[in-house]
Design a protein around this ligand. Structure first.
Ligand code: DC
Length: 196
């Protein structure tokens, strides 16, 4: 069975948590595409060469989850040749046998517009910054500034800017716990499966 769940949305909206839970529920493979951009940003040197030569080991290096790695990822992600180098791998993953969940910024808009399910997971910047701050600590207002900066870059870039794909179900998790958000996402997938 080929079945793709495309999950897009801004930083710290809950895409990863929802993506992992949906994949586990349906036995689908899961790809956190932000990790690809984080790995390219962390490699240093020429980002286009880094993207073209990206290997599995690059995705396993330490420190990819830090705020600094997120900012570096967001910067290299604005380079069209970097994005182009990562397209084929993501498309193959999306259409693999057995089902796939991909979360990122352009999955429903560019990578897999034909996905069976498209979700746009969002939350207010304040709520997202608070969640991120609980994970990383430090100064909460600095985390909020970081969220605003990354939103502006990811939504404002010319190539594959972050936006809800056509036909995407919008899930605003500002006032939702994890269980509720995951439950809603699973309900959308089940509904789509039953309608096939
Ligand atoms: O989801 P994340 O925070 O790990 O993503 C890090 C950065 O990578 C994000 O700020 C923008 C970029 N990104 C992207 O441009 N396209 C994707 N599909 C995933 C991430």
């Amino acid at each position: 069975m080929i079945f793709t769940v495309a999950i897009d949305g801004p930083a710290a909206a809950g895409k990863g948590t929802i993506g992992r839970a949906v994949a586990a529920r349906f036995g689908f493979a899961h790809l956190d595409t932000g990790l690809l951009y984080r790995a390219v940003g962390a490699k240093g040197g020429d980002p286009v060469a880094a993207a073209e030569g990206l290997a599995t080991a690059d995705l396993e290096r330490d420190g990819l989850r830090t705020l600094a790695a997120g900012q570096a990822a967001s910067r290299v992600a604005a380079i069209p040749q970097v994005r182009a180098a990562l397209v084929e791998f993501q498309r193959r993953f999306a259409r693999r046998e057995g089902g796939a969940v991909l979360d990122g910024r352009d999955i429903g808009t560019v990578i897999c517009p034909e996905a069976e399910v498209k979700l746009y997971v969002t939350a207010s910047a304040e709520v997202r910054a608070h969640r991120r701050w609980l994970e990383v600590g430090g100064d909460e207002s600095a985390v909020l500034a970081e969220v605003h900066e990354r939103d502006a870059r990811d939504m404002g870039r010319a190539d594959a800017p972050l936006r809800a794909a056509e036909g995407a179900v919008v899930l605003d998790t500002s006032a939702m716990g994890i269980e509720e958000a995951v439950g809603r996402a699973i309900a959308v997938v089940l509904e789509r499966m039953e309608g096939r």
